[in-house]
Ligand binder design. Structure first.
Ligand SMILES: [Ca+2]
Length: 550
């Protein structure tokens, strides 16, 4: 949990100069009396109280940089939409409200309600909302709540964010006397799928979205790619072919070969697409008898970087892991540390066991990632795809209303490969053309950044302001500045340009001097046209037919 120290100063300064709204003291508790028990999002408010911002400031989660305003207190509203879609809304005082709404979608398997997700918006004057994804559950990859619970599965897949949005807009209007003039939504991983799903299925609800490393192909990633990785690295006794030491060996070799391709030896591969390193470069040989990979290791690593395919060679997911993503996160997602299973194993096992089928355990065919059959089993996942996947690139209804997409993904993500985001973008371009697509949709790939932030790269940016500026003033973002947040200080500045632009350093000094970086537009090259993924071929109208998921 990070705290932004500037905010504490802002909060302290304004407690003495800005009289806390007596209006809030009256209207906030009064929210509990409004009746929301009708319509498609029947809701009840559990509590509504004014909360003072502590001198230490608002706790922040995520990668949003804030420009703190004078938020000295807020109205905290908790409640739920039937049956179990719990939410927390944090409302700035009427005098501090910017007239807009910010929704932070839950991530992972959701199941918790973390009001601090609101703070990236609250601190900048937004009425901010977050939810639990439609259920409460244990931390980590716990899918048990989904057992024989089609309603909770639907809520998690697509309904929770929608109904909470509907209820939140009513509450915001009740509090301020007017509905939000603009609404934005942000989320990473499963949260990224959630914001994309909103734009696809409920295009009137948001004016701009901030997907970060979205698992838009929830089934393809969570079951198929996760099982592929699990099987590729399986050694006798369910150990690892590429163990933690081999991961380090590989990463050092990749860095030696490709760190400098972006012009800066800064411990980060800036453009993995130009990195020609391959596993056989580390193969053991008479010339390299030590610090090398055995033949089975070369084979396993090749499989890990390769996309999942069936026995006919057809593509089941757009990509394998990314060269340069061999890091601490890789060791968690790919490697077993028995008795703890890899994250990929846990995700695939829990999805197949509890989330993809209506009746547990009667319907379960196989919940062992080691036994997933890439030729026979993908067809058994159609119900899960209908519930959880947002693979359509048809954002036309969203764009027609002026909706904008500012999409980010870390290149060093060892969970959801960044190339899956590229694949989505290229499919959109293939379907609707580059001029149209880029007019409302920009993709930013962040070098050295791991899943949802972290890693050796620069993960923080003021993406929300860039999006707001685009929506409100029509000023499309180009370069965005990214930083690491280190003890409250913004360090390691790096400009990032929209894909396919690549940042290259040609300065003579430190790569921390942003003036030394410029953009190279290397085009789509061999990436285009995007390879055909057979699992995306199902008619979208059929995928959207959710009447069959009860
Ligand atoms: Ca570099």
């Amino acid at each position: 949990m990070k705290r932004f120290p500037l905010l504490s100063g802002a909060a302290l300064c304004c407690l003495s100069t800005f009289s806390p709204s007596t209006l809030a003291q009256t209207t906030c508790p009064a929210l509990g009396a409004i009746n929301l028990e009708s319509g498609e999002a029947p809701a009840k408010i559990i509590s509504s109280t004014v909360v003072a911002v502590p001198p230490s400031g608002l706790a922040l989660v995520g990668t949003q940089i804030i420009n703190p305003l004078a938020v000295s207190q807020y109205c905290k509203v908790t409640g739920y939409v039937a049956p179990q879609n719990h939410f927390e809304i944090r409302l700035p005082d009427p005098g501090a409200w910017n007239g807009k709404m910010y929704f932070a979608a839950c991530q992972g398997f959701c199941g918790t309600l973390n009001g601090d997700f609101d703070n990236a918006g609250l601190a900048q004057g937004y009425a901010a909302v977050t939810s639990n994804g439609g259920h409460f559950s244990a931390p980590g990859f716990d899918g048990l709540w989904g057992a024989s619970s089609p309603q909770l599965q639907q809520d998690f897949g697509y309904r929770d964010n929608h109904v909470v949005t509907v209820a939140a807009k009513k509450i915001i209007e009740a509090y301020y006397g007017s509905a939000p003039r603009r609404s934005y939504m942000a989320g990473c991983s499963k949260g990224g799928q959630g914001v994309l799903e909103e734009a696809l299925s409920y295009p009137d609800e948001y004016d701009g979205i901030l997907p970060f490393a979205p698992v838009y192909d929830y089934t393809g990633k969570g079951v198929i790619h996760a099982s592929w990785v699990t099987q590729a690295n399986r050694a006798a006794g369910d150990g690892n072919i590429i163990d933690d030491a081999a991961v380090d060996l590989v990463h050092d070799s990749v860095l030696a070969a490709c760190d400098g391709l972006d012009g800066a030896l800064d411990g980060v591969v800036g453009d993995p697409l130009t990195c020609r390193w391959k596993p056989s470069d580390l193969a053991c040989s008479p010339a390299r008898p030590k610090a090398c990979l055995s033949a089975p290791q070369v084979h396993a690593l090749t499989q890990l970087y390769a996309p999942p395919t069936n026995r006919f060679g057809q593509l089941l997911f757009p990509t394998g892991n990314t060269v340069g993503s061999e890091n601490a996160e890789w060791k968690l997602w790919v490697n077993q540390h028995l008795p703890t299973r890899s994250f990929n194993y846990q995700v695939a096992q829990q999805q197949m066991e509890f989330l993809d089928f209506a009746r547990w355990p009667q319907d379960i065919l196989n919940s062992d990632p080691y036994r997933f059959d890439f030729t026979r089993d993908p067809d058994k996942l159609q119900r899960g795809r209908t519930l959880y996947d947002s693979t359509s690139v048809d954002l036309r209804a969203f764009a027609a209303r002026g909706g904008k997409v500012l999409w980010q993904h870390g290149w060093a993500d060892a969970s959801i490969p960044a190339k899956s985001s590229i694949h989505y973008y290229l499919r959109a371009v293939q379907q609707y053309g580059l001029p149209y697509t880029s007019s409302f949709f920009k993709l930013y790939l962040l070098p050295g950044v791991t899943h949802c932030g972290g890693g050796p790269g620069s993960d923080h940016s003021d993406a929300l302001s860039a999006l707001d500026n685009w929506v409100e003033r029509g000023q499309a973002p180009q370069k965005i500045m990214t930083y690491q947040l280190n003890n409250g200080a913004l360090v390691r500045p790096r400009p990032v340009w929209p894909f396919p632009g690549v940042a290259h350093f040609s300065g003579s000094g430190s790569p921390d001097d942003p003036a030394g970086w410029a953009v190279i537009d290397r085009g789509f090259g061999s990436l285009y046209p995007p390879a055909r993924v057979v699992t995306y071929e199902r008619p979208y109208s059929e995928v959207r037919d959710r009447s069959k998921t009860d």
